[in-house]
Design a protein around this ligand. Sequence first.
Ligand code: DGL
Length: 282
Amino acid sequence: MSIDPARELRAQAPVGVFDSGVGGLTVLRALAAALPHEDFIYLGDTARLPYGTKSPESIRRYALQAAALLRERGVKCLVVACNTASAVALDDLAREFAPVPVLGVVEPGAAAACAATHSGRIAVVATESTVRGGAYQQAIWRRRPDAVVATRACPLFVALAEEGWTEGEVVEAVVHRYLDELFAVPAGTRPDTLVLGCTHFPVLSPAIRNVLGAGVAIVDSAETTAAALVGVLDRAGLRRGGAGGAGRIRLLATDSAERFARVGGTFLGRPLDAADVEVVDL
Ligand code: DGL
């Protein structure tokens, strides 16, 4: 295969990852594990979180502004780690960013659900805006037209995760309050798979598991998005080789670096230092 110097140079550029806040660090963690030689720039629009309760127009505007900043930083590819922005604004972002590849988390999440379900009964929990738009149902039905999909907005899960309350009595009471209507149903109608369709929800996974018991597969989009990103970079010839050593992660936020570092550590799975977070304005 002949070597294209421009493409070789482009492959050295970072991957851009964007979320409404720190929750997308759960996705970044999976991306960095799958692609340890890539550099990543992560932007959390913490000043405007939550997106999940906003109108589609606002979500689109915010997402396009965030993506524009990452484009200015020269990213070779954009991962929209926010489920709400993926559900509402992915087409706009792809159009605006072309020919730079744009990858969302809804399609990979739907793929993970369809791979996990046996009965075809799937529950999806997400933010209000993600549920309202129906993007998960459509992505699931494209793969499995006979699937029965139940959805539920769980806005308090975002607040609990941001507060670092990921387990215990209070958390499980909230899980019951949201999930009983989906799962405390006659055995033949009970979903066998739950999709965590929001960046914040994976950190609540152990509490959700305690409430649901062992019979339900709990899936999120982090791993499948990482696998999809590997595919996108390989197909575009943009994967960075190992010669450059381990990749670096650069963190940007639109509000307090201290809060980003304090809360973000829970999501990334390692402590963060505020000095490593650059505050930007969109
Ligand atoms: N990042 C959002 C999502 O995945 C959750 C937080 C928010 O509402 O902004 O849907």
